[in-house]
Design a protein around this ligand. Structure first.
Ligand code: ADP
Length: 646
């Protein structure tokens, strides 16, 4: 094949431009990125060789680093799987990973932390350009006889040509930049610096990272004795990384910084973990594990592409990267590893799924994690709130999932904002603070606390001093429906059904009023022409003129969520709409008067009232122009009336 020049795709170009012009100040991480690619490639070879008879079984895996100071070359060689021509073009020529462009836009808008860039979207390889004028990739795939050379200076594109390479694997050759005013690149050609970087970032890479180092050793005489003051230079291969698994150590032996670096390099995070949970279980079930809760939820945590799971090792051998059987769905954000000597190395994935051992480890781990979170909530409230803000929604999902299977395990970990409190409360705390006479736990759904605070439905609750849980996440009401009660107190929506807050005498009054105004209420309903299921006098309003509530069962918030789900909307369940009017309010008197006068304005009033109630509920008005016209009509009339009465 002759030499072929290929242009970078637009998004790759932009990303490269950012790399080269170094938005990322921590240039040294390029080495970690390249080493981790090499390690991944060796993993791939290893796993393929377990099942593919055509691949030679090997035990000489290695990542070899080499420096040629004079020519400013830094070479990273691995004996991993290598790349075919197509893979080379596809993997190294494009940053096809979805999201990178949105990410770039986002970064400009929000000035996101620079550290979030690398890794999140698989731009690892490109970080080589932060320190290099030129990058060459020489690679031979385990599935191809031909080797290829990819070359780029990072500007417009790259070239690919045939080349000779004896062994399967990949060689990355960087031509290190010259020092400039801002930056010292020379150090990346120094043995000591490279050693330091490997220890810092890649200490636990499973394969030896080696380098030939020149060493001064004493000269020996013919009899093998050292000659004083005379030395000679020899070249010796040294393994730079420690490889001793961190889980073989005691927790107390591992310094925080070491643990953080381990976490970051193993799990591709750029911030220190929020918390680590160490487990060492011996007996019928034997396993060790280190589980991390990240500080920040990964950007793709809620996308379908996200893969949950823990790394699985057995007898010091790496089995798989994301063993999902170890992690319940609602803890999908955790990262870490499990080491169990009892697992058979050759088990296939299907057998693994049914493995009792794994199921037991999962249950055991889950309990540990929940215990730790309970402890955190009890002893370090502020820290727990940090956790809650980042991952609380997952726990809510855990309550809801599987028809509430885990609700008893999780209910004490839930936090809520409330109308009366400035900070979060647990259900326990809410119940403890309930005033005498309050039987139920009230909650309201809206986009924000302010919306609930100001909603007309709050009127009577406020006057009684009852607090209300503020639900703002989509999952909230579904979760509450599954919980149904806490310590024998039922949950009650302030936007739904009868609130039952008035005493018998008041009830009697309303009933009488309702009978008296039966025709008026029917007239309003008729005038709204099927837009509401019922019009009634309210027992929950004291200050506001109207509100819209839903019947028992489906709520407005749930309806909104359901509407976002794919499928036939016409078939999806709708919330029952009940328009409640406050009989105490002046406006009611006014309408009553219109009705008595047989005024044609009543229709306009009914429509405006209904639309107002919709607005307060955060629901869409069907015909905003009509609403506005009617408002104007009423306002003008009112103003004229005001004039004439002067
Ligand atoms: P990521 O590693 O996040 O996928 P990179 O840009 O670092 O992103 O690498 C892109 C792809 O190029 C890798 O997924 C892999 O398929 C391939 N690749 C990179 N380095 C090597 C290597 N040393 N050996 C084999 N394939 C590699």
């Amino acid at each position: 094949m002759s030499k072929k020049t290929i242009e970078f795709k637009t998004e790759s170009k932009k990303l490269l431009d950012l790399m080269i012009n170094s938005i990322y100040t921590n240039k040294e991480i390029f080495l970690r990125e390249l080493i981790s690619n090499a390690s991944d490639a060796i993993d791939k070879y290893h796993f393929s060789s377990l099942t593919d008879k055509d691949l030679k079984k090997r035990n000489d895996y290695e990542i070899f680093l080499e420096v040629d100071k004079k020519n400013r070359k830094f070479r990273i060689t691995d004996n991993g799987i290598g790349m075919t021509y197509d893979e080379l073009v596809e993997n190294i020529g494009t940053i096809a990973k979805s999201g990178s462009i949105e990410f770039l836009k986002n970064m400009k808008e929000k000035d996101l932390k620079k550290t979030d860039l690398i890794g999140q979207f698989g731009v690892g390889f490109y970080s080589a350009f932060m320190v290099s004028d030129k990058v060459e990739v020489i690679t031979k795939s385990a599935y191809s006889d031909q080797a290829y050379k990819w070359t780029s200076t990072g500007e417009e594109g790259f070239t690919i040509e045939d080349t000779d390479k004896e062994k399967v694997g990949t060689e990355i050759i960087l031509t290190i930049r010259k020092n400039d005013d801002d930056e010292n690149y020379d150090e990346f050609l120094e043995d000591y610096k490279i050693t330091q970087l490997v220890k810092k970032y890649s200490n636990y890479v499973r394969y030896p990272i080696t380098m030939e180092k020149e060493k001064e050793v004493p000269k020996l005489d013919d009899e093998g004795n050292e000659i004083e003051d005379e030395t000679k230079t020899i070249v010796e291969k040294e393994t730079l990384n420690q490889m001793t698994p961190i889980w073989e150590k005691n927790k107390s032996e591992v310094k925080e910084e070491e643990l953080n670096e381990f976490y970051k390099s193993q799990y591709y995070d750029y911030t220190d973990p929020f918390m680590s949970i160490w487990t060492n279980v011996e007996g019928k079930l034997t396993y060790k594990s280190i589980v991390f809760i990240p500080s920040k939820a990964p950007q793709n945590l809620y996308s379908e592409k996200y893969e949950k799971g823990l790394q699985l090792y057995t007898k010091g051998v790496f089995v798989m990267d994301k063993c999902k059987e170890l992690v319940p769905d609602y803890l999908r954000f955790i990262r870490g590893l499990v080491v169990s000597p009892d697992l058979n190395l050759n088990i296939s994935r299907e057998i693994l799924q049914k493995n009792r051992q794994l199921v037991n480890i999962q249950k055991n781990l889950e309990k540990k994690i929940i215990k730790r979170l309970e402890k955190l909530l009890k002893n370090e409230r502020d820290e727990y709130i940090k956790f809650w803000k980042e991952f609380g929604v997952n726990l809510k999902y855990g309550v809801y999932d599987n028809f509430g299977l885990k609700k008893d395990l999780l209910k004490d970990l839930l936090l809520f904002e409330t109308v009366n409190e400035d900070s979060y409360v647990t259900l326990e705390e809410y119940v403890e603070k309930m005033p005498k006479g309050q039987k139920e736990i009230y909650y309201g759904s809206a986009n924000s606390k302010t919306a609930i605070k100001g909603s007309p439905q709050m009127d009577r609750l406020k006057s009684k001093g009852y607090d209300v849980l503020v639900l703002t996440d989509e999952i909230d009401e579904f979760m509450i429906n599954i919980l149904t009660e806490f310590k024998k107190h039922k949950f009650k929506s302030i936007n739904q059904g009868d609130l039952d807050l008035v005493d018998d005498k008041e009830k009697e009054t309303i009933k009488t009023l309702e009978t008296e105004n039966k025709d008026l209420l029917a007239k309003i309903k008729e005038s709204l022409n099927g837009q509401v299921d019922e019009v009634k006098l309210s027992t929950r309003l004291t200050d506001s003129p109207v509100c819209l509530v839903s019947g028992e069962g489906m709520s407005f918030e749930m309806e909104k969520v359901m509407e976002q789900l794919p499928g036939d909307k016409s078939k999806s369940a709708k919330a029952q709409k009940i328009l409640e009017i406050n009989p105490q309010h002046e406006l009611f008197q006014a309408i009553n008067q219109l009705y008595k006068d047989n005024s044609t304005d009543l229709d306009d009033y009914a429509s405006v009232l209904y639309n107002q109630a919709l607005l307060i509920e955060g629901l869409k008005i069907e015909d905003p122009v009509d609403f506005s016209n009617k408002m104007v009509k009423i306002l003008v009339k009112a103003a004229n009336k005001g004039d004439s009465s002067e």
